[in-house]
Write a protein that binds this ligand. Structure first.
Ligand code: MLT
Length: 337
């Protein structure tokens, strides 16, 4: 019977030539996609660039990532679903857009829990961060590899200076589709408008909404100064913007590659904190130079703090895993409920 193939057949001259040419060709790098919710020069972009650089250098250029800015790959909440299903590799997004999929991370965006960058670093890089990262794998099928630190979310609007809760009345404020943030504004006496981040600029521009909150760095990189005039420096949420990877993708990697991804995420995290420290004051000044007016919330923000913590914290004890979870977080920071 005629054999269909014979592995012992000696290589022909042509086959040898093909093999040599193939081996001599540069191996093309494996390239992953990273969705980035924010614009160029944002804190998320800075984080993404550092992660890309660390990954490339640790793998001698064999692994790269492409950053897709401005929500090109979908709304931030959609990217969590896509990473979870394995149709997207990585995403950089605000933590409040992960909370609907993994409610325990809401503990870090309860109003007035985190009071400084140092506290944000302490929590995210310590035991609390580890536990929340494990929970997001369990709940949402995504792994937090690193944390972007973007600063406190400040309130912006196009209508008038806001210092008191009385001033806030009557303004239409956009918030992410995040129950904790919606309830914070309700505690302050208004009904906010939940809306995807990708629709926010246009809604502000077309005056469908009067205002929104996000950190100085985001207000600047998104060019909100072109469509918003007033800023109030409330400090209710310190914005954390995790870099997440599809857990399926992570598990498909060798142990060595997994360690590289984790290391690259840590390097990018440290870089992000340094970037915030180095840039926030200059960005704030530039926003004023561009015509924005910055006000402090009246009376050390007392009324805002009291109303939000009293109404919102107890409502979320169950979803964050119990009152003792919040107690543990605050104890880590030397405070208590
Ligand atoms: C949001 O407001 O939805 C997010 O904070 C946007 C962002 O990722 O900067």
């Amino acid at each position: 019977m005629k054999k269909l193939s014979n592995w012992k057949t000696p290589l022909t001259g042509l086959a040898i030539l093909t093999l040599i040419v193939t081996l001599a060709m540069p191996v093309s790098a494996k390239t992953w996609k990273v969705a980035v919710g924010d614009a160029a020069n944002s804190a998320q972009h800075e984080m993404g660039k550092k992660f890309a650089e660390a990954l490339e250098s640790k793998t001698d250029g064999k692994y790269k990532v492409n950053l897709f800015l401005n929500g090109q790959l979908g709304s931030e909440q959609d990217t969590v679903n896509d990473c979870s299903m394995g149709t997207l590799d990585f995403s950089l997004l605000a933590i409040n857009n992960i909370t609907p999929f993994s409610p325990t991370v809401g503990s870090l965006s309860l109003p007035y829990v985190i009071q400084s960058l140092e506290e944000a670093e302490q929590l995210t890089q310590g035991e609390v961060g580890k536990e929340l990262a494990a929970n997001t794998i369990r709940d949402a099928g995504v792994r937090i590899l690193g944390w972007t630190y973007t600063g406190f979310r400040v309130l912006t609007n196009s209508k008038r200076p806001v210092k008191t809760l009385e001033d806030l009345k009557g303004l239409v404020i956009r918030v992410p589709k995040n129950a904790i943030m919606i309830d914070s504004y309700k505690a302050w006496g208004i009904n906010p408008t939940p809306m995807a981040w990708s629709e926010t600029f246009t809604a502000l521009q077309q005056k469908v909404v009067d205002g929104q909150d996000n950190p100085f760095l985001t207000v600047h990189s998104m060019k909100f100064y072109e469509i918003q005039k007033y800023i109030t420096t409330i400090r209710y949420i310190f914005s954390l913007e995790p870099l997440i990877v599809s857990e399926g993708l992570f598990q498909d990697q060798s142990k060595e590659m997994q360690a590289i991804l984790i290391e690259a995420g840590k390097e990018a995290t440290l870089h992000s904190a340094a970037h915030l420290r180095a840039s926030e004051d200059a960005i704030k000044k530039d926003l004023v130079d561009k015509g924005m007016v910055i006000d402090e919330a009246a009376d050390g923000e007392k009324e805002w703090i009291e109303k939000a913590t009293k109404a919102v914290w107890p409502k979320y004890y169950d979803s964050i895993g119990g009152k003792d979870k919040l107690e543990k977080i605050l104890n880590t920071l030397g405070r208590s409920i």
